[in-house]
Structure formats: structure tokens, C-alpha cells
Ligand binder design. Structure first.
Ligand SMILES: [Zn+2]
Length: 257
């Protein structure tokens, strides 16, 4: 039997909670209802994933799925402001859920305490409306990109290193692999733990990723598809570059017709 999808309505208490969205022209009551009925997968409860989680949760996204396998480390607290000292050594997904439910009890948060891989990506991405990738692993990003493009699910991408961050949204051509076809090597492959990262940078990039997710769900504005936003915190500058389909891309270039 096919389960009939029912639209969940906003309760009077939620009307008060989301009042500033409801008066906002491009969201309104209908946009807030779309948020309540949306399902978002957030990959990684790290620097980028945690501000995404906090803002999507506060904004009233109805169902959030979170996958990460790590534990909270003392060195995370410099930028992952969702966690506190009492949670050092504990599971990231459980600690994040505990704090998110304190922030907004109306959200349905499901947690998956294991690494995302090729074997489980389909079930994780499954029936989600948007996927937000907050990982810093090229291999994982590629697997997620392939799954999202195959299923026609929009993918919000972000990356950070030292003082600079990038954001884009992939909805088809071009996809992540068009822009980043090869695994980075040498200096480019070094992680935040080796090169360092400004504490507030993932907050900036993560909240832009959350904003793109809200726009995707509500249909507001113009999303960052076919564009890559680059934010340079050291010089306080940003620029947006056009991105293009890469001929022969193995992910989005194969015609299925
Ligand atoms: Zn592609």
C-alpha cells in the first residue's frame, strides 16, 4: 500500500516561533509550511555541518537526518559552537541532537553514527529533499554527488581552508565532479588540522549553506547553481565565479535517454 503524503500544518505555537519568517515576503506561511514538511540530510557534524544544523533546526526544517562517526574533540570547540566542554569525548551526532532538541523541540532529528560510504549512501540520501555536504573528504563528496545527481536531489556544497571558503549548489549540470574532477594533491589536499582554519569561517560558510537550503525548499530568490561563491575572510572580500559543465563528466555527462 502506498502511504499517502499528508502536509503537516503549522501550530499556533510555531506561528509565534517563526513569526519573522512568516512576515518575510519570500517565505511567508506557505514557505514555512514547506520548511516544516522538508527532509534534509546533513553530512558531517563538523565545522560546516554544525552551523547548518543549528540554522536549519531553528528555521523549522521538519526532518533533519544527520550522519557522522566522530567524537567531540577539545580542538573542535574553537569553531563548532554547537558543542560544549561537557560533551568532549562523546558522540558528535548524539551531542548535536541533544542540543538541537533544546533549541527547537518541533524538529524530527534522526542520527546515524557511522561513516557514509558507497554501501549506505542510497539509504541515507533516500527520500531527502536536499542534501547538505559538510565533509572535507573528496572521496565522500564524490560518492554523495553521484547519488544526488542520480536521484535528482539538490546538493549544497561548502568547503573551507585557513581564511577562505566556497559555496555552490548542484542541481544537475554542472555537478560537483565537473568542477572538481580530480582528487586534490600536495598543498591542496592538506586538511584544516594541518593548515588551520579561522574559527568564525565555518560559521560564515555554513550559514550561507543553510540559506541556500532554505531557498531551495521555499523557492525564494536565486540559488547558487552554476555559480561558486568564494569568501576571503582575511581581506573581507567575496567573488562569485560561473561554473560550467565539463564535457565527458562521468556523473552528469552520461545521457540516460
Ligand atoms: Zn558533472
Amino acid at each position: 500500500m502506498i502511504e499517502k503524503a499528508t502536509t503537516k500544518k503549522i501550530s499556533p505555537d510555531e506561528l509565534q516561533r517563526y513569526a519573522r519568517h512568516i512576515v518575510l515576503r519570500d517565505i511567508g506561511g506557505s514557505g514555512q509550511t514547506k520548511l516544516k514538511n522538508a527532509r534534509v540530510l546533513v553530512i558531517g557534524a563538523g565545522g560546516l555541518g554544525t552551523p547548518v544544523l543549528q540554522y536549519l533546526n531553528a528555521a523549522g526544517v521538519g526532518a533533519i537526518k544527520l550522519v557522522d562517526f566522530d567524537k567531540v574533540n577539545i580542538s573542535n570547540l574553537q569553531r563548532q559552537v554547537i558543542f560544549d566542554e561537557t560533551q568532549v569525548g562523546l558522540s558528535k551526532v548524539e551531542s548535536a541532537r541533544e542540543n538541537l532538541l533544546k533549541q527547537n523541540p518541533y524538529t524530527d532529528i534522526s542520527i546515524h553514527d557511522y561513516p557514509l560510504d558507497e554501501a549506505n549512501v542510497d539509504s541515507l540520501v533516500g527520500n531527502c529533499d536536499v542534501v547538505v555536504d559538510g565533509t572535507d573528504s573528496f572521496a565522500s563528496r564524490k560518492v554523495v554527488n553521484r547519488c544526488c545527481m542520480k536521484n535528482g536531489i539538490p546538493l549544497v556544497f561548502g568547503a573551507i581552508s585557513q581564511w577562505e571558503g566556497q559555496v555552490s549548489v548542484f542541481t544537475g549540470k554542472p555537478c560537483y565532479e565537473c568542477i572538481f574532477p580530480e582528487e586534490p594533491t600536495g598543498e591542496m589536499a592538506r586538511t584544516c588540522s594541518e593548515l588551520g582554519v579561522l574559527g568564525s569561517l565555518p560559521g560564515i560558510i555554513g550559514t550561507i549553506m543553510a540559506s541556500e537550503t532554505i531557498k531551495l525548499i521555499t523557492g525564494a530568490g536565486k540559488i547558487l547553481e552554476r555559480r561558486l561563491l568564494i569568501w576571503d575572510a582575511l581581506y573581507g572580500e567575496s567573488r562569485t565565479i560561473r561554473t560550467a559543465y565539463r564535457k565527458g563528466c562521468p556523473t552528469c555527462g552520461v545521457e540516460t535517454v
